[in-house]
Design a protein around this ligand. Structure first.
Ligand SMILES: *Cc1c(COP(=O)(O)O)cnc(C)c1O
Length: 376
C-alpha cells in the first residue's frame, strides 16, 4: 500500500465539475484580478475567522509582511516570535530590518511558550508574532493579555491553522491581524499562490488594501509605498469552491488524528496534544518518535511518506549567523527538531490507509527510550 502525505489530485477529482465550472466562468468573464470573486472570498474568510475584514493578497508570506509595513515596523524594532516554524515570519521581520527575538516553545503544543515571553520584552519590543503550528492554536489568551499589558501588537501566523479555535473563538480573531496562507498544501489551498490578512481593525484593513496595490487609492495616484500583492480571480474562484468542503475536510483530519492518537497510547511514539479549550485542525499530525531516522526509514520501505517539520531551528539558520544565537539556547525547540515526524493525515486518506500506517508504526521495534517522559 502507498500512503502519501498529500493527494491533491484526488482532492481535485472529488470536486472536478464544480472547480472546472468556476474556472471557466472566470475565463469567460474577462476579469482576472481583484474582482467580485476575490471580494466574496474576503468576506467568507473574514466571517470564518470571526472578524470584519479580509484582505486577499498574493501569498501567506505577503500576509505577514504587509501588516508589518502597515504597523510601521522599523529597523531596530524587536518582535518576539518562535524559533520552531517555517522561515517566513522570521524572514519578513528581517526583511523589514526588525530583530526577531526568539523564545522557546511549549513542549506539548510546539507553539510559543507565553511563560517565557514577558522576560524577553525590552523597551524596543513592538509586537508578538506567534505561529499556530501544525494547526494547534498558540496560547492566545495568555499572549493577548501580555500584549495588552505591554501595549504591543499581536499578529497571528495562522497559515497552518485556518478554522482552528481557542476558547471557542476562531484563530485570527485574537490578534490585531492574522495571516492565512492558501499555498496548495495548506488545509485550504489554492491551485497556485494566495494568502489573506484578516483583521477586525477597519483602518488597518484600509491601509492593507492600499499597500497590496502600490499604495494607490485610484489609478496612478500613490499615497503610500506599497507593492503588487493582489489575488487573482481564478484562485479566488477555486478557493470558494474548496471552502465549502473545509468543514468536512477538517472533520476528516480530526477523525484520522483521533484514530492515530488512540492507537499510539502505550507505544513508544508520543502523539500530539490537543489542549482543553482548543480545536486542533491537524494541518500536520506530528508525533515525537524515539529513533526517528529508523522509524522514517521503515515507513519509507512500507510505502508510507512522512516528513520532518522542521529539522533546523530558525535561531541556528545561517542567515541569522550574526544575531548572536547559539546551539543549546532553546532546548525544547532543539529537542523537537530531533524528534518530530509528521504522518499522513490529509482528508482523502481512507480508513484502511490510516490503519495501515498504524500497523507499520506499532509493529516497529523501538529501542528503549526516555522520549515519552522527557517529551512532556
Ligand atoms: C506556509 C506558511 C507561511 C507562508 O505562506 P505562503 O503562502 O507559502 O507564502 C507562513 N507561515 C507559516 C507557518 C507557514 O506554514
Amino acid at each position: 500500500m502507498n500512503v502519501s502525505l498529500l493527494d491533491l489530485a484526488a482532492e481535485y477529482r472529488s470536486l472536478r465539475a464544480a472547480i472546472d465550472e468556476a474556472v471557466l466562468e472566470v475565463l469567460a468573464s474577462g476579469q482576472f484580478i481583484s474582482g467580485a470573486r476575490v471580494a466574496a472570498l474576503e468576506q467568507a474568510i473574514a466571517a470564518l475567522c470571526g472578524v470584519a475584514h479580509g484582505v486577499a493578497v498574493a501569498s501567506g508570506t505577503d500576509a505577514l509582511v504587509l501588516p508589518l509595513l502597515a504597523l510601521d515596523v522599523r529597523p531596530g524594532d524587536e518582535v518576539i516570535t518562535t524559533p520552531f516554524t517555517f522561515f517566513a515570519p522570521t524572514e519578513m521581520l528581517l526583511l523589514r530590518g526588525a530583530r526577531p527575538v526568539f523564545v522557546d516553545i511549549d513542549p506539548e503544543t510546539f507553539c510559543l511558550d507565553p511563560a517565557q515571553v514577558e522576560a524577553a520584552i525590552t523597551p524596543r519590543t513592538v509586537g508578538i508574532l506567534p505561529v499556530h503550528l501544525y494547526g494547534h492554536p498558540a496560547d492566545l489568551t495568555a499572549l493577548a493579555s501580555i500584549a495588552a499589558r505591554h501595549h504591543l501588537w499581536l499578529i497571528e501566523d495562522a497559515a497552518q491553522a485556518i478554522a482552528a479555535r481557542h476558547q471557542d473563538r476562531p484563530v485570527g480573531s485574537f490578534g490585531r491581524a492574522a495571516a492565512i496562507s492558501f499555498y496548495p498544501t495548506k488545509n485550504l489551498g489554492a491551485y497556485g499562490e494566495g494568502g489573506m490578512i484578516v483583521t477586525g481593525d477597519a483602518a488597518l484593513a484600509h491601509t492593507l488594501r492600499l499597500l497590496r496595490n502600490h499604495g494607490s487609492p485610484r489609478y496612478a495616484h500613490h499615497t503610500l509605498l506599497g507593492t503588487n500583492s493582489r489575488m487573482d480571480e481564478m484562485q479566488a474562484a477555486i478557493l470558494r469552491v474548496k471552502l465549502g468542503q473545509l468543514p468536512a475536510w477538517t472533520e476528516a483530519r480530526r477523525r484520522h488524528a483521533a484514530r492515530y492518537t488512540a492507537a499510539f497510547a502505550g507505544t513508544a511514539v508520543v502523539p500530539p496534544v490537543e489542549r482543553a479549550g482548543d480545536t486542533h485542525v491537524y494541518h500536520q499530525y506530528t508525533i515525537r518518535a524515539p529513533d526517528r531516522t529508523a522509524l522514517q526509514q521503515r515507513l519509507v520501505e512500507a510505502g508510507v511518506q512522512t516528513r520532518v517539520y522542521y529539522e533546523e531551528p530558525l535561531h541556528l539558520q545561517p542567515v541569522l549567523a550574526d544575531h548572536g544565537y547559539r546551539p543549546g539556547q532553546f532546548p525544547v525547540t532543539e529537542r523537537a527538531c530531533a524528534e518530530v515526524l509528521s504522518l499522513p493525515v490529509h482528508p482523502q486518506l481512507s480508513e484502511a490507509q490510516v490503519e495501515y500506517v498504524i500497523e507499520q508504526i506499532t509493529a516497529a521495534r523501538h529501542p528503549p527510550s526516555d522520549v515519552r517522559k522527557a517529551g512532556r
